[in-house]
Design a protein around this ligand. Sequence first.
Ligand code: HEC
Ligand code: HEC
Length: 223
Amino acid sequence: MAAVWRAALAAALRRGARAAPAAAAGMACGLLAAGLLAAAAPAAAQSAAEVARGKELVEASCFLCHGMQGESASELYPRLAGQHAQYIARQLEYFRSGARSSTQMAAMVAELTPADMRALGAYFEAQTPQPQQPEDPELAVVGRYLFMNGNRFSGVPACANCHGAGAGGTAELPRLAGQVSGYIQAQLRAFKSRARGHPVMQPVAELLTELEIVAIGEYLQGR
Ligand code: HEC
Ligand code: HEC
Protein backbone atom coordinates (compact mmCIF):
# COMPACT_ATOMS: atom_id res chain seq x y z
CA MET A 1 0.00 0.00 0.00
CA ALA A 2 2.68 2.45 1.09
CA ALA A 3 4.68 1.64 -2.06
CA VAL A 4 1.70 2.52 -4.27
CA TRP A 5 1.28 5.90 -2.59
CA ARG A 6 4.98 6.63 -2.75
CA ALA A 7 4.93 5.89 -6.49
CA ALA A 8 1.93 8.22 -6.90
CA LEU A 9 3.73 10.93 -5.00
CA ALA A 10 6.91 10.52 -7.04
CA ALA A 11 4.88 10.84 -10.26
CA ALA A 12 3.06 13.92 -8.94
CA LEU A 13 6.32 15.53 -7.89
CA ARG A 14 7.80 14.90 -11.34
CA ARG A 15 4.81 16.70 -12.84
CA GLY A 16 5.24 19.46 -10.24
CA ALA A 17 8.92 19.82 -11.09
CA ARG A 18 8.06 20.37 -14.74
CA ALA A 19 5.47 22.98 -13.79
CA ALA A 20 7.90 24.76 -11.48
CA PRO A 21 11.38 24.77 -13.02
CA ALA A 22 12.42 27.62 -10.70
CA ALA A 23 11.74 25.48 -7.62
CA ALA A 24 13.67 22.57 -9.14
CA ALA A 25 16.56 24.88 -9.97
CA GLY A 26 16.45 26.22 -6.39
CA MET A 27 16.70 22.67 -5.09
CA ALA A 28 19.65 21.93 -7.38
CA CYS A 29 21.41 25.08 -6.10
CA GLY A 30 20.79 23.93 -2.53
CA LEU A 31 22.37 20.55 -3.24
CA LEU A 32 25.28 22.17 -4.96
CA ALA A 33 25.84 24.55 -2.05
CA ALA A 34 25.66 21.66 0.42
CA GLY A 35 28.29 19.77 -1.57
CA LEU A 36 30.75 22.62 -1.94
CA LEU A 37 32.31 23.70 1.34
CA ALA A 38 33.73 26.79 -0.33
CA ALA A 39 30.21 27.89 -1.22
CA ALA A 40 28.89 27.48 2.34
CA ALA A 41 29.70 30.97 3.65
CA PRO A 42 28.14 32.96 0.77
CA ALA A 43 25.08 30.67 0.89
CA ALA A 44 24.56 31.45 4.59
CA ALA A 45 24.94 35.18 3.96
CA GLN A 46 22.46 34.96 1.13
CA SER A 47 19.97 33.16 3.32
CA ALA A 48 20.28 35.80 6.10
CA ALA A 49 19.62 38.45 3.45
CA GLU A 50 16.61 36.48 2.22
CA VAL A 51 15.17 36.22 5.73
CA ALA A 52 15.62 40.01 6.18
CA ARG A 53 13.94 40.72 2.84
CA GLY A 54 11.15 38.30 3.76
CA LYS A 55 10.60 40.13 7.06
CA GLU A 56 10.18 43.45 5.22
CA LEU A 57 7.52 41.92 2.98
CA VAL A 58 5.70 40.35 5.95
CA GLU A 59 5.67 43.71 7.78
CA ALA A 60 4.13 45.31 4.71
CA SER A 61 1.05 43.03 4.51
CA CYS A 62 1.17 39.32 5.43
CA PHE A 63 1.25 39.96 9.21
CA LEU A 64 -2.34 41.24 9.05
CA CYS A 65 -3.66 37.70 8.62
CA HIS A 66 -0.77 35.32 9.29
CA GLY A 67 0.81 37.18 12.23
CA MET A 68 4.31 38.64 12.29
CA GLN A 69 5.83 35.31 13.41
CA GLY A 70 3.48 33.26 11.23
CA GLU A 71 1.29 32.44 14.24
CA SER A 72 -2.18 33.12 12.90
CA ALA A 73 -4.69 33.30 15.75
CA SER A 74 -7.72 32.71 13.51
CA GLU A 75 -9.37 29.54 12.21
CA LEU A 76 -9.34 31.08 8.73
CA TYR A 77 -5.65 31.73 8.22
CA PRO A 78 -2.94 29.07 8.12
CA ARG A 79 0.01 29.22 10.50
CA LEU A 80 3.21 29.62 8.51
CA ALA A 81 5.81 29.45 11.35
CA GLY A 82 8.24 26.62 10.61
CA GLN A 83 6.55 25.79 7.30
CA HIS A 84 9.03 24.62 4.64
CA ALA A 85 10.45 27.44 2.52
CA GLN A 86 10.11 25.63 -0.79
CA TYR A 87 6.53 24.60 -0.05
CA ILE A 88 5.64 28.23 0.76
CA ALA A 89 7.31 29.60 -2.38
CA ARG A 90 5.52 27.00 -4.50
CA GLN A 91 2.09 27.78 -3.03
CA LEU A 92 2.67 31.53 -3.61
CA GLU A 93 3.45 30.75 -7.25
CA TYR A 94 0.26 28.62 -7.47
CA PHE A 95 -1.81 31.53 -6.09
CA ARG A 96 -0.22 33.85 -8.65
CA SER A 97 -0.74 31.52 -11.63
CA GLY A 98 -4.28 30.70 -10.47
CA ALA A 99 -3.43 26.98 -10.07
CA ARG A 100 -4.64 27.47 -6.46
CA SER A 101 -7.49 29.90 -6.05
CA SER A 102 -8.05 32.23 -3.10
CA THR A 103 -9.41 35.73 -3.57
CA GLN A 104 -7.49 37.02 -0.55
CA MET A 105 -4.17 35.45 -1.50
CA ALA A 106 -4.43 36.30 -5.22
CA ALA A 107 -4.36 39.99 -4.31
CA MET A 108 -1.38 39.44 -1.98
CA VAL A 109 0.89 37.74 -4.51
CA ALA A 110 0.11 39.81 -7.62
CA GLU A 111 3.21 41.98 -7.19
CA LEU A 112 5.65 39.37 -5.84
CA THR A 113 8.70 38.25 -7.84
CA PRO A 114 10.04 34.68 -7.61
CA ALA A 115 12.88 36.03 -5.41
CA ASP A 116 10.32 37.64 -3.06
CA MET A 117 8.51 34.31 -2.81
CA ARG A 118 11.72 32.51 -1.86
CA ALA A 119 12.50 35.25 0.70
CA LEU A 120 9.04 34.88 2.26
CA GLY A 121 9.54 31.12 2.46
CA ALA A 122 12.95 31.56 4.09
CA TYR A 123 11.52 34.03 6.64
CA PHE A 124 8.58 31.86 7.74
CA GLU A 125 10.66 28.67 7.83
CA ALA A 126 13.02 30.45 10.26
CA GLN A 127 10.16 31.18 12.73
CA THR A 128 9.68 28.74 15.62
CA PRO A 129 6.21 27.17 15.75
CA GLN A 130 4.45 27.46 19.13
CA PRO A 131 2.70 24.44 20.68
CA GLN A 132 -1.11 24.43 20.27
CA GLN A 133 -3.96 22.46 21.87
CA PRO A 134 -6.85 20.65 20.17
CA GLU A 135 -10.30 21.99 21.04
CA ASP A 136 -11.76 18.49 21.23
CA PRO A 137 -9.17 16.08 22.71
CA GLU A 138 -11.40 13.00 22.24
CA LEU A 139 -11.76 13.63 18.51
CA ALA A 140 -8.01 14.28 18.36
CA VAL A 141 -7.43 10.68 19.52
CA VAL A 142 -9.53 9.41 16.60
CA GLY A 143 -7.58 11.75 14.32
CA ARG A 144 -4.29 10.38 15.58
CA TYR A 145 -5.36 6.83 14.72
CA LEU A 146 -6.33 7.89 11.18
CA PHE A 147 -3.18 9.92 10.66
CA MET A 148 -0.90 7.08 11.71
CA ASN A 149 -2.83 4.12 10.25
CA GLY A 150 -5.35 5.38 7.70
CA ASN A 151 -8.70 3.58 7.49
CA ARG A 152 -8.28 0.09 6.09
CA PHE A 153 -12.07 -0.33 5.76
CA SER A 154 -12.40 2.53 3.26
CA GLY A 155 -8.87 2.58 1.79
CA VAL A 156 -7.68 5.88 3.31
CA PRO A 157 -3.85 5.68 3.38
CA ALA A 158 -1.87 6.60 6.49
CA CYS A 159 -1.12 10.30 6.23
CA ALA A 160 2.13 9.62 8.13
CA ASN A 161 3.41 7.67 5.08
CA CYS A 162 4.02 10.95 3.31
CA HIS A 163 3.71 13.75 5.88
CA GLY A 164 5.91 11.89 8.41
CA ALA A 165 4.99 10.39 11.80
CA GLY A 166 5.59 13.79 13.43
CA ALA A 167 3.61 15.58 10.65
CA GLY A 168 6.74 17.66 10.02
CA GLY A 169 6.63 17.34 6.23
CA THR A 170 9.59 17.88 3.88
CA ALA A 171 10.59 20.50 1.32
CA GLU A 172 7.97 18.97 -1.01
CA LEU A 173 5.31 18.22 1.60
CA PRO A 174 3.77 20.74 3.96
CA ARG A 175 4.35 20.64 7.68
CA LEU A 176 0.92 19.93 9.24
CA ALA A 177 1.90 19.77 12.93
CA GLY A 178 0.36 22.64 14.92
CA GLN A 179 -1.66 23.89 11.93
CA VAL A 180 -5.03 25.52 12.66
CA SER A 181 -7.74 22.81 12.77
CA GLY A 182 -10.25 24.90 10.79
CA TYR A 183 -7.71 25.52 8.03
CA ILE A 184 -6.76 21.81 7.78
CA GLN A 185 -10.44 20.90 7.55
CA ALA A 186 -11.12 23.56 4.90
CA GLN A 187 -8.20 22.31 2.76
CA LEU A 188 -9.29 18.66 3.03
CA ARG A 189 -12.80 19.68 1.91
CA ALA A 190 -11.29 21.75 -0.92
CA PHE A 191 -9.23 18.76 -2.18
CA LYS A 192 -12.31 16.55 -1.82
CA SER A 193 -14.53 18.87 -3.89
CA ARG A 194 -11.60 19.44 -6.28
CA ALA A 195 -11.69 23.19 -5.63
CA ARG A 196 -7.96 22.80 -4.75
CA GLY A 197 -6.10 20.76 -7.30
CA HIS A 198 -3.51 18.12 -6.49
CA PRO A 199 -3.05 14.68 -8.10
CA VAL A 200 -2.14 12.99 -4.80
CA MET A 201 -4.29 14.79 -2.21
CA GLN A 202 -7.55 14.81 -4.21
CA PRO A 203 -7.94 11.00 -4.25
CA VAL A 204 -6.87 10.80 -0.58
CA ALA A 205 -9.40 13.45 0.51
CA GLU A 206 -12.20 11.91 -1.57
CA LEU A 207 -12.12 8.90 0.76
CA LEU A 208 -12.46 10.95 3.96
CA THR A 209 -15.78 11.34 5.80
CA GLU A 210 -16.73 14.56 7.57
CA LEU A 211 -16.03 12.91 10.96
CA GLU A 212 -12.54 11.90 9.78
CA ILE A 213 -11.82 15.39 8.42
CA VAL A 214 -12.69 17.07 11.72
CA ALA A 215 -10.85 14.43 13.78
CA ILE A 216 -7.66 14.82 11.72
CA GLY A 217 -7.88 18.62 11.99
CA GLU A 218 -8.16 18.38 15.79
CA TYR A 219 -5.24 15.95 16.02
CA LEU A 220 -2.95 18.05 13.85
CA GLN A 221 -3.72 21.29 15.68
CA GLY A 222 -2.49 19.71 18.91
CA ARG A 223 0.45 17.86 17.34
C1 HEC B 1 -6.25 39.30 4.05
C2 HEC B 1 -5.67 38.14 4.73
C3 HEC B 1 -4.36 37.60 4.17
C4 HEC B 1 -3.18 38.29 3.95
C5 HEC B 1 -2.89 39.77 4.21
C6 HEC B 1 -2.23 37.30 3.49
N1 HEC B 1 -2.81 36.07 3.45
FE1 HEC B 1 -1.88 34.30 3.01
N2 HEC B 1 -3.64 33.29 3.22
C7 HEC B 1 -4.84 33.87 3.53
C8 HEC B 1 -5.89 32.87 3.43
C9 HEC B 1 -7.38 33.07 3.67
C10 HEC B 1 -5.25 31.65 3.05
C11 HEC B 1 -5.91 30.29 2.80
C12 HEC B 1 -6.25 30.22 1.33
C13 HEC B 1 -7.00 28.96 0.96
O1 HEC B 1 -8.05 28.74 1.53
O2 HEC B 1 -6.51 28.22 0.11
C14 HEC B 1 -3.84 31.95 2.93
C15 HEC B 1 -2.87 31.03 2.56
C16 HEC B 1 -1.53 31.29 2.46
C17 HEC B 1 -0.50 30.31 2.17
C18 HEC B 1 -0.72 28.82 1.94
C19 HEC B 1 -0.33 28.09 3.20
C20 HEC B 1 -0.39 26.58 3.08
O3 HEC B 1 -0.19 25.94 4.13
O4 HEC B 1 -0.61 26.04 1.98
C21 HEC B 1 0.69 30.98 2.15
C22 HEC B 1 2.05 30.39 1.88
C23 HEC B 1 0.41 32.36 2.42
N3 HEC B 1 -0.94 32.53 2.62
C24 HEC B 1 1.38 33.36 2.48
C25 HEC B 1 1.10 34.73 2.58
C26 HEC B 1 2.08 35.75 2.38
C27 HEC B 1 3.54 35.50 2.09
C28 HEC B 1 1.44 36.96 2.53
C29 HEC B 1 2.00 38.36 2.34
C30 HEC B 1 2.61 38.62 1.07
C31 HEC B 1 0.04 36.65 2.84
N4 HEC B 1 -0.11 35.29 2.84
C32 HEC B 1 -0.92 37.60 3.11
C33 HEC B 1 -5.05 35.19 3.90
C34 HEC B 1 -4.11 36.20 3.83
C1 HEC C 1 1.15 10.01 -1.14
C2 HEC C 1 1.55 11.11 -0.28
C3 HEC C 1 0.49 11.76 0.60
C4 HEC C 1 -0.40 11.14 1.45
C5 HEC C 1 -0.61 9.65 1.71
C6 HEC C 1 -1.10 12.21 2.11
N1 HEC C 1 -0.66 13.43 1.67
FE1 HEC C 1 -1.35 15.26 2.24
N2 HEC C 1 -0.16 16.18 0.85
C7 HEC C 1 0.72 15.54 0.03
C8 HEC C 1 1.38 16.51 -0.82
C9 HEC C 1 2.44 16.23 -1.87
C10 HEC C 1 0.84 17.77 -0.47
C11 HEC C 1 1.21 19.16 -1.07
C12 HEC C 1 0.14 19.61 -2.02
C13 HEC C 1 0.52 20.89 -2.74
O1 HEC C 1 1.71 21.06 -3.05
O2 HEC C 1 -0.38 21.68 -3.02
C14 HEC C 1 -0.13 17.52 0.58
C15 HEC C 1 -0.90 18.52 1.18
C16 HEC C 1 -1.76 18.30 2.25
C17 HEC C 1 -2.51 19.35 2.94
C18 HEC C 1 -2.48 20.83 2.64
C19 HEC C 1 -1.66 21.54 3.69
C20 HEC C 1 -1.60 23.02 3.59
O3 HEC C 1 -0.77 23.60 4.31
O4 HEC C 1 -2.36 23.64 2.84
C21 HEC C 1 -3.22 18.72 3.92
C22 HEC C 1 -4.16 19.38 4.93
C23 HEC C 1 -2.93 17.30 3.84
N3 HEC C 1 -2.04 17.09 2.83
C24 HEC C 1 -3.46 16.36 4.70
C25 HEC C 1 -3.30 14.98 4.54
C26 HEC C 1 -4.03 14.00 5.32
C27 HEC C 1 -4.99 14.34 6.46
C28 HEC C 1 -3.66 12.77 4.85
C29 HEC C 1 -4.15 11.41 5.31
C30 HEC C 1 -5.61 11.19 5.28
C31 HEC C 1 -2.70 12.99 3.78
N4 HEC C 1 -2.51 14.35 3.63
C32 HEC C 1 -2.08 12.00 3.07
C33 HEC C 1 0.99 14.18 0.03
C34 HEC C 1 0.31 13.19 0.72
